[in-house]
Every structure is written in C-alpha cells, then in structure tokens.
Design a protein around this ligand. Structure first.
Ligand code: HAS
Ligand code: CU
Length: 579
C-alpha cells in the first residue's frame, strides 16, 4: 500500500468511509478486546489472593482449575501485567498517532505485532494452565517453567516493540509534508514511550534468549540467578513506565479536552516524557536493594536516580492538576475545591482518569518509600510492595485504559455505551476497592506480612499467631478484593455489553486536547503551522535520536559496572520446581 496516498485520504473529515480507516478501526478493536479479555482472566483470579491474605483458603475448592495460590498468582500477574497492558498499549500507541497525524500506519506490521503477541500469549497461557510454570510474573531462576512459558514471553516482548518502526515511519511521512514543525504531542509521547521500551527490552531479551529459553529447552544445564535478576530488572523497572506512559498519553493528550478545557503546557508534557525515558533504565536495580553484590556507593546513587525518575511524575501532578483546575473554573467551579467538584463527573471516562490520578498520589508516595534504601529494607518482600503497585498499575493504568475504552468502543464500533451509570458504578467501585485493598496491603506490610505467600494454607492457629497483629489491614485486603470483583464484572458487562448490544449512534471523534498556543489539528492535510513557535529546548527534545543516545549511554554507564563483576563470579544453578 502506498502510505502517502492513504495518508491524504485517512482521517480528518473524509476518512470514515475509507477502507484503510476501517481496517485501522478493526485492528484497534482487536487489540482492545484481546487486552481486556486477558484482564478478565487476571481480574477474576485476583480476589482469591486477597481472600488468601484475609485467611480464607479457596484454592482447594478451585481444583483442578487452579492447583495452588502460586499458579493463580502467576496467571494473575502475567495476564494483567503483560498481556492486558501490551495489547492495549500496542493498539493505542499506533492508533492515536495515526489519527493525530492523519497518516496510515503500516497495517501489515501492525497485524504482525498483534499475531506475534497473540501466539506468545497463547503459549504462556498454556504453560500456566497446565501448572508447569508457576514461576510468578518475575520468573526468577532457578525456578524453572516449561519452554512454552519462556518462548511465549519472548514473543510477547518481541511483539510489543513492533509499534516502534510503525511510529517512526508515520512520523517521517508527516515530517516530509510539514517541514520545520515539531512532532505533534500525542505522537511525540507515543514515540518516546516506544523508544524507551525498545531500549529497555534488551535486558529481558538477553535473559530469555541467552539463558532461559535454551535452559528450558535443555540446551544448557544451569543459569546464573543474579545475572538473570539483574537483566530482568533492566527491563522490569522500565516496564512500569511502559504501563504508566500510555496512561500519561491520555492524561496529557486527551483528558483536558474531555473535561472541557485545554492542556496547560505542552512543553511540560514533552519534558516529562524525555526525563522518564532517560531515567527509566539506570534505576532498574532499585528492585534489588536487598540482593547481594551491589556496593553501598551504587545503592546511594540509586536512591538519587530513583528520586530523579519520580520528578517527571511530580511535574505531571502539577500540569494535569492545573489543566483540570482550568477546566473546572471554566465550568463555574469556585474556591479551593469548587473546580474539582465542577469537573464533568457524569462522564465515566473523565471520572475514571481523575480517580486514577487521585490514587496515584498514594502510589507515588509508596514508590518514594520503596526507593529509599533504608526504608526499602523494611518494606521489601512484604505486602507493602503489592500495595504500592496496585495503586500504580492496578489503578493508573487499568483505570485509564478502562476510561479510554468508554469513548473508544463507541468510536470504533458506532455503538453507544449500554449504560453510563453502570460504567460510573464500575469506576467508583474500582477506585474504592483498589484504595481499600492497597491501604490494607501497605499497612499489613509494615507488620512484616510477606508478599507472595500462601498464608491461608497455614493451620489456623499458626496463621493467627503469625499475622494476628495485622488482622485489621488483612481484613481490608479481603474486603477490597471482593469489591474489585464487583467492579471488574460491572466493567466487563459494560465493555462486552456495548460491543454486542450497544445502540447504533454516530461514533464520537478522538478527543484530542488542544494546548495553549497549539493548533487545533496536526493532520497531514490541515494547514501548515510555520508560526508554531517552539523554544530551543522543545526543538532539542524533538531530536529523539539524541535522547535515545543519552539514554543508551546512561544505561551502559549504570549496568557495565554492575554486570562486569557478576560475569566474573558466575553462579551455576540447576532448575527448581517447587510447586
Ligand atoms: Fe514502583 C516496585 C519505586 C512508580 C509498579 N513498582 C514496583 C513493583 C511494581 C511497580 C509492579 O524504588 C513491584 C515489582 C515486583 O513484583 O517486585 N515506583 C517507584 C517510584 C515510582 C514508582 C519511585 N511503580 C511505579 C509505577 C508503577 C510501578 C508508575 C506501575 C505503573 N517501585 C519502586 C521501587 C520498587 C517498586 C523502589 C521496588 C520495591 C521492592 O523492594 O521490591 C515513581 O515513579 C512514582 C512517582 C509518582 C508520583 C506521584 C505523582 C502524582 C500524580 C497524580 C496527581 C493527581 C492529580 C489529581 C492531578 C510522584 C501524577 C488532582 C486531584 C486532586 C485531589 C488535587
Ligand atoms: Cu522500579
């Protein structure tokens, strides 16, 4: 297909009848449905784990479907953390830029991305379902799963980087027609996210291709656990930004329009993304504060780097906070909090994103605790950590993706949401459930309750002797889990109900936000904006390869000194199957 011919006929006013536009919509819908189907599986299992901490052991009743807590936890983490997020993100970060630029993506490449990830997801699902690979989402060796598991993860990871060349090609096409203009914001944010992820993926790819794949196939006999953990976290910290940045794309790129205002600052969004990219890779070892082999000097540097990577999120809090305030005041909100109340809370997409942002205040605060070396020693490997990540990925990412689906399913299918009220109910219940759950988990962690432990299988007396002091927070965990069940099933009723039974209506457009001083449209066939003034800093940030170079150097500088000694003191571990 000639991409440029398609480009001039795709979105803007004339696009909807175009066959490429129809293919784009179908493909985006496939990414969305597959992603949310994975969440359906993951979210169904989650509350069993919450009940486990509340002392209720449901696993014996779940046999032969689930053999153990660990099998359930592996499926939960992998389906939610990898499959759900990767599918939604790989759809979104191609679809939104294509719409913003008015340029067709390379559909063959995009379909390949889908197919590779789908095969990967099926392999992993098979390996987890037969209980051969209850190695949890971090798959730390020497725990040893089946080859299907590792090869499936390899395919998922590989597929998830495929939007990068698609984005680069679309941007190049757009720039040829609009010389001198800087990359439009949504495309910029998507591209930086994918460049960051492409670089970060090197860690886990090395781990899988050089160690875990051949090991599980019996081609090599042993692996080195510490080298593998370090390679995993080289990707494992950036992955949390691969979950966060697509949500930020929506907050910066769409939300201000959805609330009826404007984005307060386009440059702040760009600076945020550039900083997230540069700092994401070098901080991976903050997940290894308790691992042997790191010097105290490095651990000290790591604290500084971790606080640096939190800074762009603090910037986001103020930029998004002010953008919301602006819209709230335009809508007549007055005083300190009147603007907050005046936001369009009746729109489930808005409510989901604003509530997600509110939970992220707790997520950010707990992240800063984790990133402080001394405090990390108290909370590491306790339920405090899952407490933290359920108010980050479990709220910010999950709720923002739900929010996106509320306008996107109608946009893609021409079917109205079956019930705005049910959508709002699901969002509020998710918010309340996730907050109660996370507060309970974090609080219980401070009593030393271990994470990833089948505590409910202990004899009743032992459970109470060990964790009785934490009975209130653990009861909150169980209650939060049950609420999340209600929330997720209500959400899925709205999501799948809309797909199947939504009333036909004119599809809403993509709600691209306008920033102060920015043009209304960036599509390839809209009038050029030669006057679009950008500061030297913003022009510099548009040199994405420069940013990629800086990030690569930062990652090399951080990781060579760490890996070098490890590679000179090799540990050879055979595999363990403990479940
Ligand atoms: Fe984390 C562990 C540090 C952010 C996910 N993290 C995890 C794990 C996951 C995870 C999954 O340093 C566990 C992995 C495992 O299984 O072992 N994390 C941080 C820090 C940040 C952070 C410093 N994490 C995230 C995000 C995640 C995520 C985002 C997913 C999406 N994390 C750690 C550390 C560990 C860790 C250690 C290892 C712990 C251990 O020992 O194992 C920062 O990026 C956070 C910065 C965020 C902020 C908040 C900004 C607030 C905003 C909202 C504003 C509100 C508005 C609403 C606008 C500074 C943007 C207006 C409303 C009004 C009411 C005004
Ligand atoms: Cu991290």
């Amino acid at each position: 297909m000639n991409i440029e011919i398609a480009a001039n006929t795709i979105p803007s006013a004339v696009s909807e009848s175009d066959s490429t536009a129809a293919s784009m919509r179908r493909l985006m819908l496939a990414f969305l449905i597959t992603g949310f189907s994975a969440l359906l599986i993951g979210a169904t299992i989650g509350p069993f784990q919450a009940l486990n901490y509340g002392g209720v052991d449901v696993y014996p009743a779940l046999r032969p479907l689930l053999q153990s807590y660990y099998q359930g936890l592996t499926i939960h983490g992998v389906m939610n953390g990898y499959v759900f997020t990767f599918f939604v993100t790989c759809g979104l970060l191609v679809y939104l830029p294509a719409r913003e630029l008015g340029v067709a993506p390379n559909l063959t490449m995009w379909r390949t991305c889908f197919a590779v990830m789908a095969i990967g997801a099926l392999c992993v699902l098979y390996a987890m379902a037969d209980n051969s690979s209850s190695v949890l989402w971090t798959f730390y060796p020497p725990l040893k799963g089946s080859p299907f598991f590792y090869i499936g993860i390899t395919l998922l990871a590989l597929g998830s980087t495929m939007p990068l060349p698609i984005l680069l090609k679309m941007r190049a096409t757009w720039r040829r027609h609009r010389p001198g203009e800087i990359t439009p914001l949504v495309t910029y944010m998507s591209l930086i996210t994918m460049l960051m992820w492409g670089l970060a993926g090197v860690g886990v790819m090395a781990e899988l291709v050089l160690q875990l794949d051949p090991w599980s196939l019996g081609l090599i006999g042993t692996v080195d656990p510490i080298v593998n953990r370090t390679l995993f976290w080289l990707t494992g910290h950036p992955i949390v930004y691969f979950w966060l940045m697509p949500a930020y794309v929506s907050w910066y790129g769409l939300l201000s329009r959805q609330v009826g205002g404007k984005l307060i600052s386009d440059p702040m969004a760009r600076i945020t993304f550039a900083l997230l990219m540069i700092f994401a890779l070098p901080v991976g070892t903050h997940h290894q504060f308790s691992d042997p082999g790191f010097s105290s000097i490095w651990r000290g540097i790591l604290v500084v780097l971790t606080m640096s990577v939190a800074t762009p999120s603090l910037v986001t809090a103020f930029t998004i906070g002010l953008s919301l305030e602006y819209a709230g005041r335009l809508r007549g909100g007055q005083g300190w909090f009147g603007w907050f109340r005046a936001l369009p809370w009746g729109d489930p997409s808005v409510a989901a994103q604003v509530l997600a942002a509110v939970t992220f205040i707790l997520g950010g605060a707990t992240g800063i605790v984790n990133g402080s070396w001394q405090l990390n020693a108290i909370v590491h490997n306790t339920t405090f950590i899952p407490g933290h990540f359920h108010v980050t990925v479990g709220s910010v990412t999950a709720m923002t993706f739900m929010a996106i689906s509320f306008w996107m399913v109608p946009h893609l299918t021409g079917r109205q949401l079956i019930s705005r009220r049910l959508a709002l109910f699901s969002v509020w219940t998710w918010f309340v459930g996730m907050t109660i759950f996370a507060v309970g988990m974090s609080w219980a962690g401070l009593y030393g309750v271990p994470r990833r432990a089948w505590v409910s299988a202990l004899p009743h007396d032992t459970y109470h002797a060990l964790y009785g002091a934490a009975s209130v927070p653990l009861a909150l965990v169980a209650a939060g889990g049950v609420l999340l069940w209600v929330a997720s099933y209500t959400f899925f009723a709205v999501f799948f109900g809309t797909l199947l039974f939504g009333r036909r209506a004119a599809p809403p457009p993509v709600p691209f936000a306008q920033s102060f001083g920015g043009p209304a449209s960036f599509t390839i066939d809209s009038p050029p904006n030669p006057a679009q003034s950008a500061s030297p800093l913003i022009r510099a940030l548009d040199h994405v390869w420069l940013l990629t170079g800086i990030t690569t150097l930062a990652a090399i500088a951080a990781y060579i000194p760490i890996l070098w000694p490890f590679l000179h003191h090799v540990t050879r571990a055979p595999g363990w199957i403990l479940w």
